[in-house]
Design a protein around this ligand. Structure first.
Ligand SMILES: NC(=O)c1ccc[n+]([C@@H]2O[C@H](COP(=O)([O-])OP(=O)(O)OC[C@H]3O[C@@H](n4cnc5c(N)ncnc54)[C@H](OP(=O)(O)O)[C@@H]3O)[C@@H](O)[C@H]2O)c1
Length: 346
């Protein structure tokens, strides 16, 4: 039975404060590359893993929202951290997978994973880079597609605002909105990101939210005729400012509240009287509820990539040891586009 040393990332203890690299460790374990006779296991060599903000909420002492939902199950110190990614099957006891298959789904922040095939599919790379199947054609892409088209129900010409717009989900929301013929404004945390949104991704306007002192008047400036759709990735005061600038029957898709992940004190209740008077629909959603859209999302997005309507924005680091800094970078805004860690050559 062939064994290798598998390196994986774990937290040392629950991460309740501001996370830092010393909260993480690289652990090693002896890992068998053979499947036990009669087992359904799939042994995977991990190639690319997704780095996602929601993992921080799994690292904290369980919050009330975690206790009342089955999403984002807590991660225990020392444990392997499951994460979305692409890998290659090394051995399989599961008849649906064979050695040499590319797979996409839940693998781990480690060099190898073992799966029972529950959230795992065979992957046809379609001649595209494998990393695309982690980001633009993976869960981030589905989040943008389902959140924008299904939750926001956009119409051509509507006015759309996207926060964390240079990030993995946000940049795609903006590009989908442009492909539909909407007026799109994004916000991001640096001048360079703002330029990228306008010059490379085709946003109509963009601004650096860190340079703005009054977000209510900033949004009024960019949306003199009001906002029809706000795709919220950040929560807190940006949500409040958006509500005050929404049009009648506006839609807000609450995708994420990253500005509150490290600082629950930042939570701000939007002006609910405005929500009522303007009949605003504020809706939280999880991409996982829209798996039925996956085939439609992939074919539309591949077409948009091939026709140049979607510019793929990825930010790839290499090696298992780079995972903690890649992850922490999401909260300081060091990533541009989908953050991915490459773990091995194909
Ligand atoms: N509902 C779902 O199913 C689902 C699925 C995937 C992701 N999400 C959520 O969607 C959001 C975006 O996720 P992503 O994977 O696309 O990450 P991402 O946008 O690629 O990376 C996070 C970005 O958020 C911005 N940010 C960090 N701290 C911030 C703060 N305090 N205020 C404002 N912006 C801040 C940073 O950009 P700047 O330089 O612009 O600050 C950073 O680059 C997250 O809230 C995530 O939890 C939800």
């Amino acid at each position: 039975m062939e064994e290798v040393t598998n390196k994986y990332i774990a937290i040392k203890a629950k991460v309740d404060g501001i996370p830092k690299e010393s909260d993480f460790e690289v652990k090693t374990e002896q890992f068998s590359l053979s499947v036990k006779p009669g087992s359904n296991d799939i042994i995977i060599k991990n190639l690319y893993v997704s780095i996602d903000p929601y993992q921080i909420n799994r690292m904290k002492t369980a919050s009330a929202s975690q206790k009342t939902s089955n999403y984002a199950v807590a991660i225990a110190p020392g444990e392997v951290i499951d994460a979305y990614g692409v890998g290659k099957v090394v051995a399989s006891g599961n008849p649906q997978f064979e050695k040499g298959d590319y797979v996409v789904g839940m693998i781990s922040w480690g060099e190898y994973s073992i799966s029972q095939g529950l959230i795992l599919s065979k992957l046809d790379p379609m001649g595209l880079p494998l990393s695309y199947h982690v980001g633009v054609l993976g869960f981030s892409g589905l989040t943008a597609y389902a959140g924008f088209f299904e939750v926001c129900k956009p119409k051509k010409g509507e006015k759309v605002f996207v926060s964390a717009a240079s990030g993995s989900v946000g940049n795609l929301v903006g590009q989908y909105a442009k492909s539909l013929g909407c007026y799109v404004v994004g916000c991001a945390g640096s001048t360079k990101k703002v330029e990228l949104l306008k010059e490379t991704l085709g946003f109509d306007e963009a601004f650096n939210y860190k340079e703005e002192t009054d977000l209510h008047s900033t949004l009024e400036r960019y949306f003199p005729e009001g906002i029809d759709i706000y795709f919220d990735n950040v929560g807190a005061e940006m949500l409040d400012a958006a509500v005050s600038n929404m049009n009648l029957y506006g839609r807000i898709a609450v995708c994420g509240v990253i500005s509150e992940y490290l600082d629950a004190g930042k939570r701000a209740a939007p002006d609910m009287l405005s929500v009522i008077y303007k009949r605003i629909n504020i809706r939280g959603f999880l991409a996982g509820d829209y798996m039925n859209l996956f085939p439609e999302f992939v074919s539309t997005t591949v077409d948009h990539i091939q026709t140049g309507k979607i510019h793929v924005l990825e930010d790839v680091s290499s090696g298992i040891e780079s995972i903690p800094s890649a992850f922490l970078g999401l909260f300081s805004g060091s990533n541009v586009g989908k953050k991915i860690v490459k773990l091995s050559d194909e």
